[in-house]
Design a protein around this ligand. Sequence first.
Ligand code: SAM
Length: 283
Amino acid sequence: MSAIDDLPPLRAVIAAHGLSARKSMGQNFLLDLNLTSKIARSAGKLSDHDVLEIGPGPGGLTRGLLAEGARRVVAIEKDRRCLPALEEIAAAYPGRLDIIEGDALGIDTAALLRPPVRVVANLPYNVGTELLTRWLDPPQWPPFWDSLTLMFQREVAERIVATPGTKAYGRLSVLASWRTDARIVLDLPPEAFTPPPKVRSAVVHFARLDTPRYPAEAKVLFAVVAKAFGQRRKMLRAALKGYAPDIEQKIMAAGLKPTARAEEISVEAFCALARQLEGRGPA
Ligand code: SAM
């Protein structure tokens, strides 16, 4: 029995089901249920939300989410070895845990959830950035989720919350800050995981904005931001050369200096530039 529920401690679950961690699946498990409950609490109130969890593994975070009162958890796990352990959790919380075996990158998760929805996950690092990009750039805004509470390598978390003028500021920072309030809510040393990864980790909480912070067309904004940061040391006029026939005029019409570099340009200014490229002019 553990401190948060009547189920066995996670080390016993892992031993009973032979869940040795596999590097190929990005498996670094959290075995401290006080810590997983803390992560669950950092997501905000859960009792009136469906929660989407990607990669539940042996279920430490899943148990934290359920113990903290999640209305329902939908958990998607690629490693079928974990399913019997997850079924035991589902039996302890009748009607509140749905387990889906599969690759989160290939599943239409929104269709499985009843709003309002929070996404909470200790993501496999190899798919983390791809999933985040999809969640931040869905076909329609607002998206199916109210908040994302996600584990990243500390260095990636710092890039997400970085502000202009810093080395960490880049494509992910603009993407996150345009449509969400993103902040680091927890910092974790390697020893928090089994097996310990090489680097520190951090949990980032993203609260979505109902409308993006500044007007711009997502497709144009993300394309220009990707191009500008693709050559971040170059001046904007060089980095965006060939992007549009009169790019230097458009940069100036957006109120920017053609000699500025991507890492100095605020989200607001990138949006002004995107509007120029759409031909919309000032907001
Ligand atoms: N949530 C558990 C925890 O906190 O202890 C496990 C976290 S571990 C970092 C990542 C989990 O994601 C593993 O259980 C792994 O099998 C699973 N996983 C890896 N790739 C996946 C994918 N594409 N779709 C769904 N789950 C995946």
